[in-house]
Each structure stands twice: as C-alpha cells, then as structure tokens.
Write a protein that binds this ligand. Structure first.
Ligand code: E4P
Length: 218
C-alpha cells in the first residue's frame, strides 16, 4: 500500500519524507488556503522534495477551463497528478488530460457508480472520501470494498486512493480491503507508529541498559 500525505505544509512534508514512508502528496484548495501560501510556489517546493505523485487540484468548473488549468499545473513537474472533481465536466477533462499522458486524480468521489466512471475516463487515481461519508452516517469503507470489487472485475488500472482519512483505523481497514493508496494527514501517519506497549517496553529496556553502565558508541 502506498502512503501519501494530505497536506500543503512543507515542514511536515520534509520531515516525513526523511522516513522513506511518503510515496506522494495530495493537496486541495482548502489545504492551500490553510497554508496561506502561493499555490504554484508550494507545488514547486513539494515536487522538489517528493518524487512520487503530487496532486494539484483545478478550480475551474467547466471542462475546457479544467483542461487549461490542468496543462498549466502538469507543466510544473513530471510527477504532478492533476486533480479534477467528479462531475461530467471533470470526467471529460480527465479523458483529455489522460490521453495527453497526464496523471489525473478524480476527486470528491462518494459512490461506486462515480468510481466506475472515473476508471472509464482513464483516471490514474480515484479519491473516495471515507471520512466525509462516515460524517453523514454512511460507511466510507463499504464504498472502498465496492470499488475494489468493481475495479478487480474489469481489471481497471485506476488506483484507489482512500481520501478524507480521519484516523489510523481508516488506514488499516483500507489496507485490509486492498486499496492501493491511503492519503492521510501528517499526524495520522505519525500515529500509525505509536503503541503504548512500544513506549513501555522501550522505557524498560533503557532502564535495564543503564544499570549495565555500558555504551555502544564511546
Ligand atoms: C485529498 O485528496 C482530499 O482532498 C482530502 O483527503 C479531503 O479530506 P477532508 O475530508 O478531511 O477535507
């Protein structure tokens, strides 16, 4: 399973990239607004740090506008994945950009039917938003299961990029289903490494080691 981080904060991207666990980055207009920074500048900085796919979202709502914006964004770096919304215009833009050899991430997916359309439109990634479905009392993970089944039925190469992740169990459940990618806030990635028994065990080992009076490096 690939791990993307869902942020436009350069410090987090730089810090987590050092672990070798970051396979890509996703941004959206809200995350760019939160950063308070210039979109293109942030994108350039992210692409200089991360070699995997970096999602950059268009803001036009008509297909021609999305295509023009997508071409501009894709020209910034080879690893840009242009993010388009799951609308009929977005699907049309997806087909055109994909035919041009550009990776497209179709975002704001909330149903299996929508995911099927994105795969047919040549999307490199489909982004189902699990947290937002859970928020309204529907099962985000059931959607991931259904998309996995449909994509496997037809050997679609579109990767399932689980988005709107709120906690570590979303990542684990998505991995159990066989989703291709999970994009998560930086803190969720950090929390995946944490366990109270790890902390307790480490403290005990260090306490016992200190009693020996030894050092590994002198
Ligand atoms: C990522 O591609 C999505 O834009 C993001 O995961 C949405 O997350 P949110 O529902 O927490 O805003």
């Amino acid at each position: 399973m690939k791990f993307f981080i869902d942020t436009a904060e350069i410090d987090d991207i730089r810090d987590l990239s050092k672990t070798g666990l970051v396979d890509g980055v996703t941004t959206n207009p809200s995350l760019i607004a939160k950063s308070g920074r210039d979109f293109i500048e942030v994108l350039d900085e992210i692409c200089a740090i991360v070699s995997g796919p970096v999602s950059a979202e268009v803001t036009a709502t008509d297909a021609d506008g999305m295509i023009s914006e997508g071409l501009k964004l894709a020209a910034r770096a080879k690893n840009i994945a242009v993010k388009v919304p799951l609308t009929m215009d977005g699907l049309r833009a997806c087909r055109t950009l994909a035919d041009d050899g550009i990776m497209v991430n179709v975002t704001l997916c909330f149903s299996t039917a929508q995911a099927l359309l994105a795969a047919k439109a040549g999307a490199a990634f489909i982004s189902p938003f699990v947290g937002r479905l859970d928020d309204i009392g529907q099962s985000g993970m059931q959607l991931i299961e259904e998309i996995r089944e449909v994509y496997d039925n037809y050997d679609f190469s579109t990767e399932i990029l689980v988005a709107s992740i709120r906690h570590t169990m979303h990542v684990v459940e998505a991995a159990l289903i066989g989703a291709d990618v999970a994009t998560m806030p930086p803190d969720v990635l950090r929390k995946l490494a944490q366990h109270p028994l790890t902390d307790k065990g480490l403290a005990a080992f260090l306490q016992d080691w200190e009693k020996t009076g030894q050092v590994i490096l002198s």
